[in-house]
Design a protein around this ligand. Structure first.
Ligand code: ZN
Length: 127
């Protein structure tokens, strides 16, 4: 194990395999550090369950931010029909994955994701 703390940065689990999470690209393929430089400069360590949820949380945040822009009439990745479709599928997938998780995620509340899907469902993107 190569972790500084030896425990998961999200749930605090110790004595399990930890993964250093490099966030890399965001959901829309942009360099992640453009959005959140501080996050990528201090890499965190997560157990297997949390690293999966961290990825879901990242996509959730990316998609939320793009919906905010779309609703505000700004340039948004979601104004592209194929990206909008992909984002909607991803949000459904996140809900399914959270529902299947053994432990409630300390990182992402399923009610928040459900609300995000509701917002997506109220938006009509011209094809
Ligand atoms: Zn954990």
């Amino acid at each position: 194990m190569d972790s500084a703390s030896g425990s998961c940065n999200a749930c605090g689990a110790a004595g399990t395999a930890l993964m250093k999470l490099s966030l890399g690209k965001d959901f829309f393929g942009r360099a992640y550090d453009r959005l959140s430089p501080s996050t990528d400069q201090s890499p965190k360590w997560y157990c297997e369950g949390c690293s999966m949820q961290k990825n879901l949380q990242r996509d959730f945040r990316d998609i939320s931010a793009e919906i905010d822009k779309l609703v505000a009439g700004q340039t948004s990745e979601l104004s592209k029909p194929d990206e909008f479709q992909r984002a909607t599928l991803r949000v459904r997938e996140i809900i399914a994955l959270l529902g299947a998780a053994e432990n409630r995620s300390p990182l992402l509340a399923s009610t928040e994701v459900a609300r995000l899907l509701e917002r997506l469902n109220t938006i009509t993107v011209p094809a």
